[in-house]
Design a protein around this ligand. Structure first.
Ligand code: 2YJ
Length: 268
C-alpha cells in the first residue's frame, strides 16, 4: 500500500465541498451516499449513528511518523458526514487513551502498514483497504448507473482491488482481474475471470478499477471510448493525456471515499 505524503493531501480539506460537488456530478451520489452503498447501510442508519457516536482520530508517530495534515483531513471527512470528530492532542497510546477517556467510541488511526477504524462499542475493526475497495466499487456503480450484469476489470488484486472485486460481485457485476503478480492472480475467486494481458484487457472493458500503486501506465489509446475509471490507487494509473480525455469519468482521491466508507462500515 502506498504511503501518503503531505503533498497528496495539502489543501484538500478546504476543497472538500468542491470535491463533493464533483463526486455528485459524476456518480449521482454524495460522499455519505457512496459510503453507505459501499458499507451496505442506509442513509437513515448513518444519520442515526452520527447522533450517537463521537469519533477521535489519533496521530501515530511510529515508523516514518506523522504526515502533516493527515489526521486533520481524516477528521474533516468524518465531520462532513455529520459526525462529531476530533484529533487527539496526544499521539500514539496516550492519544488513544485520551480519545477513549473523552467518550469517543470510534477511533481512527494509521501507521505505515495499517489504517483502521475501531468501533469500541461493537468491537468491529475496519481496514482502510477494505473500505477503500468497497467505496470505489460503489462510486463506479454510481457513475455507471448500476453494474449488475456488466463486465468490470479490476487492475491490482491487493487489499483494495480484492475488496472492490468482492463488492462488485455482490452487486451482480461480472468481474475480471489483472495483477502483474502471479501469486496474487492465484488468490482470485473462481467466479472472477483472470485477464493475463493488461493491454488487451484495457481495450475491451468499459468499467475499470485501478487499484495499483503504479503511475501513468495507461494512455488514452489503451482505453475504450466509453471507459469509466474508479481509481483508488496512488499515484493515478492514467497518464496526463488519458486523464485529460477521461477526467469527467474518473474518480480518484487519496482518502475521502476510503475514510467515509470505513466509517459507514464501522457503524453498520
Ligand atoms: O498519523 C499519521 O499522521 C501517520 N502515522 C499516518 C500514516 C498514514 N498511513 C498511510 O499512508 C498508509 N500507508 C495507509 C494509507 C491508505 C490510503 N488509502
Amino acid at each position: 500500500m502506498t504511503r501518503l505524503v503531505e503533498n497528496d493531501i495539502a489543501g484538500l480539506e478546504r476543497e472538500l465541498d468542491v470535491y463533493e460537488e464533483e463526486l455528485l456530478k459524476k456518480t449521482g451520489l454524495n460522499l455519505s451516499e457512496v459510503a453507505c452503498a459501499g458499507g451496505n447501510i442506509t442513509i437513515h442508519d448513518l444519520r442515526k449513528a452520527a447522533q450517537s457516536y463521537r469519533v477521535a482520530v489519533v496521530p501515530i508517530t511510529s515508523g516514518e511518523g506523522v504526515i502533516g495534515g493527515f489526521t486533520q483531513f481524516v477528521a474533516s471527512i468524518i465531520r462532513k458526514m455529520g459526525f462529531q470528530a476530533t484529533v487527539t492532542e496526544e499521539t500514539d497510546v496516550a492519544g488513544f487513551y485520551e480519545g477513549v477517556c473523552q467518550e469517543n467510541e470510534i477511533i481512527f488511526m494509521a501507521d505505515d502498514k495499517k489504517f483502521i477504524a475501531l468501533n469500541l462499542r461493537t468491537k468491529k475493526v475496519i481496514d482502510n483497504g477494505y473500505g477503500t475497495g468497497r467505496g470505489f466499487g460503489a462510486a463506479l456503480a454510481g457513475m455507471a448507473d448500476g453494474l449488475a450484469g456488466r463486465e468490470v476489470l479490476v487492475i491490482g488484486f491487493g487489499p483494495v482491488g480484492s475488496s472492490a472485486a468482492e463488492y462488485l460481485l455482490e452487486s451482480g457485476a461480472k468481474v475480471a482481474v489483472y495483477d502483474q503478480n502471479e501469486l496474487r492472480m492465484k488468490e482470485t475467486k473462481k467466479d472472477m475471470k483472470q485477464e493475463p494481458n493488461l493491454k488487451q484487457a484495457l481495450k475491451i472493458y468499459d468499467f475499470l478499477i485501478d487499484a495499483t500503486p503504479e503511475g501513468e501506465f495507461i494512455s488514452p489509446e489503451d482505453l475504450t471510448d466509453q471507459a469509466m475509471i474508479a481509481a483508488p490507487g496512488i499515484p493515478l494509473g492514467l497518464n496526463a493525456q488519458a486523464f485529460e480525455k477521461y477526467k469527467d469519468r474518473v474518480i480518484h482521491d487519496p482518502l475521502q471515499i476510503g475514510v467515509a466508507t470505513m466509517l459507514a462500515l464501522a457503524v453498520g
